[in-house]
Structures are given as C-alpha cells and as structure tokens.
Design a protein. Structure first.
Length: 466
C-alpha cells in the first residue's frame, strides 16, 4: 500500500474513533452488562467493585483505545502512572495517562507524552516500531501495571480464566461498536483497528497471565509458610501477620497418603493436589497445604464440611488415597491434631477419610496415651440411660449370647436386643459386631481400671446408673 493510501486508511480509522467518543459511557455500561451475563460469579463480586470500579475501568479502557486510534501512541502513554484497579480493557480506572500536561490541551484528563507533535504527522501521531494499541510503544511501559493488577486479582481469589475472559469481552464490545459505526469505504480502516485491538489484547493477556501466576505463587508460598508454622508449633500469629493472612479459630486437618495396597504411580505431592481439588471451597478462610514426598497435610477452617469426600475420592481419582482426619480447637492445637491425623492415615489400609473413632482400638494399642480418654468416652452416651452399660457388659461377658445375657439380667431376650440397638444408635458402634466387641470391651476395661485406681468399686454410685 502506498504512503498516501496508508495515510488515508489511518485517517478513516481516526474518524471512526472520533465517531465513537460520545458513546464511551454507553460502551462501558455495555461491557459491564456483558460481564454480568457471560462471566460466572460476576454478580457475587462486591457491589463497589462490580458497579463502580469495573465500570470506571471499562470507561477508561475504551477512552484510551479511542485516543490511541485518534492521536497515535504518545497520546496515552503511562510511564510512572499510579496503578489503579484493572478491568475488562486492561486499563487503570481513574488514570488517564502519565499525569503530564497534554500538548494538545484536550479536556477530560487526556494526558499525553509531554512532547510536541512530531512534524509531518497529523495530530502528533508518532510512529513506533511496534505500536501498542493501549498507547505504550513496544508494550514496555505497562508491564508493571498489568502484573500488579493481575497479582491483586490472584490474591482476591478471582479465577484467571474469568480475568482473561473479561479482557476479551471488553475487546469484543469495542469492536462491535466500531463495526456498527463504520460506513462504506471503512473496511480497511476497520481492519487496521481490529489489528491494533488484537495486538493490544495479546500483550495484555501475556502480562496478566504472568502477573497472576507470580501473585499466585507468592500467595501459595505465604500460605505454605503459615501451614508449616501451624503444624510445627511455631509462632503462627507472626507468620500470618507478615503475609497479611488470617488465622482460623480452629482447623480440620487432613493427612493424605497413598493407599498401602495401591500401585503408587502418582507422586505424593500430586496426590495432595488431587485431593485439594476435590475439597469444598470454605465459606470462611482458606485451605492451607503442606506437601511432602508421601502426600502431605491439608488444613481447612473448622466447620468445613467434608461430607461426601470419601465418595468423591473413590469415584474421581484413579488411585484413591487414605486420609486421616483430626480437629484442632485453635491454632495451638494444630501440632497435636496434625500428628493424630498422620497416625490415623498410617493405621488404615482402605482408601477414604478416617477419623479417630474409625480406628480407635488400633490407635489406642499403638498409642494409648493419646486415645485412652476417647476410648473411655465411648461409654458416656450410655451412662444416662439405665441398663444400657450393664447390658453391654453382660452381653460381652456372656460371649455375645443374648439368651444368657437376658437370664443374667432377668429380662426378656428382646429387651436385650432393644438395648443393644439403642447402644448402637447412641455411639455409632454395634456391640454385636467384632469391632463393637473389641471397642466396648476395651472401653469397659479402661473404665474398670480407672475406677480401681480412683478407689471406686464396681458398684460405685457414679457408675451404677449404667
């Protein structure tokens, strides 16, 4: 294309941009509405971010691109600008440019380069070896801005896919408007504007992705430092304050390990990430992780529901792990709970989520000092119901024979069955099963030994209610 023809195309592109300038506010509203309908979760963003901040960002993005198309790369250069919030167009809200005087004296805060218009270029449209549609020659000046905004979005938990999608939505709205404003003979100008948009969008996406991943890595590193401090019993409050994180009032700790009988083709750290991906999103707080070569430890805010997690592990993972679970009432209780979860995971062989009550006897035999109280507490729900503890004791002493038990207690065999069923309902453990015999037998033995140590006989008033 000859130089006069090229200049004619640029002039037409400039006139198209001028034609859209009165529609900037309307285009910004259109972008926000498109974001509302096309990006999942947009309506759940804070109202000021959604309706004020993003709208202002979209308005500034459209205005900056039109200025570039009208006046060239120097019209909207941003060196040294104070970063604002970044939105659909990738521009900071409320910042029109570098803040230096505009040599053309345009109203509305259109800051320019501070240099006079280059000779021979209408409107000061300076050439650039690689013009950037967002007004940054060679795309260099905006790198810090894009990275910082994207890192903040990562910190706020906005998905990268949604962030990138917002850029494409803003670009599509602007191109639709340019196409609608174009007339006969504007085809080449429209193509030039589209090329500028694609170039700018590609540069923005690169910067946003790099900044987001950097921010995400920093966030994960901070969360890992906090997890390590909690599990090891270090000064978690200081670590949380240093990284701007909040400690939860309590934690559910999950220790993840490969199933002993499994093929173990999945590395431990990847196994931890797979389990993390199946966890529900906490309503309050964040999930902390501390990986190791065998899997690792996950810390969830207390109250996080893991209902159905065992089923998801089996259904969605080719090699379901074993997971030990324990609760910590506060940050100071995390080291003991993490150790308990680790030991539980080391005792079980079947994939799934296992708590102390699921492996109580095994755990007690392996580490009695930690579990004696929990094992004895198995009988507490029975103490408030006359006859239940005595019935379970007599049933075990009678080798699980209901008729012999009934004779010893002087009741009907059906009464024995009813009481054993009630014991199951209250404790979750069936005394008629092998596991129930083991657990109740151990619990009754521990209680008898404790009574003897306290100088209480078997007919002590504190126990006779059972």
């Amino acid at each position: 294309m000859s130089q006069p023809a090229e200049q004619s195309v640029r002039d037409r592109a400039r006139r198209l941009a001028v034609r859209l300038e009165p529609q900037v506010n309307e285009l910004a509203r259109t972008i926000v509405e498109r974001l509302r309908t096309e990006i999942p979760g947009f309506d759940r963003l804070p109202g000021d971010m959604r309706d004020v901040e993003i709208a202002a960002t979209a308005r500034q993005a459209v205005r900056d691109f039109l200025r570039y198309a009208r006046d060239g790369p120097d019209a909207v250069a941003l060196p040294g600008a104070e970063p604002g919030k970044q939105g659909p167009g990738g521009r900071p809200d409320g910042t029109a440019g570098s803040g230096r005087p505009d040599p053309r004296g345009r109203p509305g805060g259109a800051a320019g380069s501070g240099k006079p218009d280059p000779p021979g270029r209408p409107g000061g449209a300076a050439e650039s070896a690689n013009p950037d549609p967002w007004g940054r020659p060679d795309g260099a000046a905006g790198s810090v801005l894009f990275r910082e905004r994207a890192a903040q979005r990562a910190e706020e938990g906005i998905p990268l896919t949604a962030l990138l999608r917002s850029y494409h939505v803003g670009s599509a709205v602007l191109m639709d408007a340019l196409e609608a404003a174009a007339g006969p003979g504007d085809e080449a100008a429209l193509l030039l504007l589209a090329r500028w948009q694609v170039t700018g969008l590609g540069a923005a996406v690169e910067q946003v992705t790099e900044g987001y991943l950097t921010g995400l890595a920093d966030q994960r590193s901070a969360a890992r430092d906090l997890a390590r401090a909690l599990v090891h019993g270090d000064d978690a409050e200081t670590v949380a304050a240093r990284h701007g994180l909040t400690l939860a009032p309590g934690y559910l700790i999950l220790s993840v390990r490969p199933a002993p009988a499994g093929p173990r083709s999945v590395p431990g750290r990847r196994l931890l990430r797979q389990v993390l991906g199946l966890l529900p999103t906490p309503a309050d707080g964040q999930v902390l992780s501390l990986p190791d070569d065998h899997g690792g430890c996950l810390l969830l805010p207390a109250g996080t529901s893991c209902d159905g997690l065992a089923g998801r592990l089996t259904a969605r993972l080719p090699e379901p792990p074993v997971v030990g679970a324990a609760f910590a009432d506060g940050p100071s209780g995390v080291p003991a709970a993490a150790e308990q979860a680790r030991r539980i995971a080391g005792l079980v062989t079947e994939p799934g989520v296992h708590r102390l009550r699921d492996v109580l006897l095994d755990y007690h035999l392996a580490r009695p000092a930690d579990s004696a109280a929990a094992l004895t507490a198995l009988l507490e729900p029975l103490d408030g119901h006359p006859g239940l503890t005595d019935t379970v004791r007599a049933f075990l002493d009678g080798d699980s024979d209901r008729r012999r038990t009934a004779e010893r207690l002087g009741v009907h065999p059906n009464t024995v069955d009813n009481r054993l069923t009630r014991a199951l309902e209250l404790t979750g453990v069936d005394p008629r099963t092998t596991r129930g015999v083991q657990l109740f037998g151990a619990a009754l033995t521990l209680r008898r030994l404790a009574d003897r140590a306290d100088g209480e006989g078997p007919n002590s008033p504190t126990r006779s209610a059972g």
